[in-house]
Design a protein around this ligand. Structure first.
Ligand code: URA
Length: 234
């Protein structure tokens, strides 16, 4: 890959700004100044430095993030802070997408990646990856058997559909863990509304076999290895 393109992809500047940086001797390869913006480098093996600081590079990035309430599952927004705004160097330099969204007031596990194939597999209804949520309700849990059989709900465009059966494990008089394969608009909230209840706290604690690391406070994130990221499918 051309060095100017490599650095522009990582948001070090536009191609012409990077050319200026090269002319100023600020870009080095193994500590030796580069003089050609078109120079070809091997991003996986070459060590590029900007102002003497090594450039962090990975082809594929997988991040586990603990979304705090009040942050939008989006890349940018005029009104609310977004989850990608929580990212710091070096991960803020990568163009990462969200593997599924959580509501503004929902907390918990989000995966961010630049691996489009991986993202597609997680959100694909065909893969049926189970998402597990911790739920607290406004009223006692009561009879939830309808949710375990499959309940009729409205989707984001108010079209009716049959929600797939959910797995529910009570955790107290007004709380439970619910596992669902789908991720339709406000799915968990709508499920409990359908049985006359209301979700007052919602936190995603697992996507497939990947569980939110309890050591990650809200707003924190950590990089996953490729094989850790794959535990979603186990
Ligand atoms: N179901 C919801 O209702 N909200 C979420 O954020 C996720 C699942």
């Amino acid at each position: 890959m051309r060095i100017d393109r490599f650095l522009a992809n990582l948001k070090y500047g536009t191609r012409s700004e990077i050319k200026d940086m090269i002319n100023q001797g600020r870009i080095t390869l193994g500590q030796r100044p580069i003089d050609d913006p078109g120079m070809l480098i091997d991003p996986d093996n070459d060590s590029v430095e900007v102002d003497g600081i090594p450039v962090f590079y990975r082809k594929w990035i997988y991040l586990m993030l603990n979304k705090p309430a009040g942050f939008l599952s989006a890349k940018s927004d005029d009104r609310h802070p977004t989850v990608t705004g929580l990212l710091r160097e070096p991960f803020s330099r990568f163009d990462l997408d969200l593997c599924g969204r959580l509501d503004l007031d929902t907390e918990g596990l989000l995966i961010l990646t630049n691996d489009g194939e991986y993202l597609h597999q997680i959100i694909s209804p065909k893969k049926d990856v189970l998402k597990r949520y911790e739920v607290r309700l406004a009223h006692p849990l009561g009879d939830y058997s309808l949710l375990e059989r499959g309940v009729r709900l409205l989707d984001g465009k108010d079209r009716p559909y049959m929600a797939k059966p959910a797995q529910i494990v009570p955790t107290g008089p007004d709380g439970c863990i619910i596992a669902i394969g789908e991720g339709k608009y406000h799915e968990v909230k709508r499920m409990f509304e359908a049985i006359g209840n209301q979700v007052v706290f919602l936190k995603r604690i697992a996507i497939g076999g990947l569980t939110l690391d309890p050591a990650l406070p809200p707003g924190a994130y950590k990089e996953l290895t490729f094989s850790e990221a794959q535990t979603v499918f186990r």
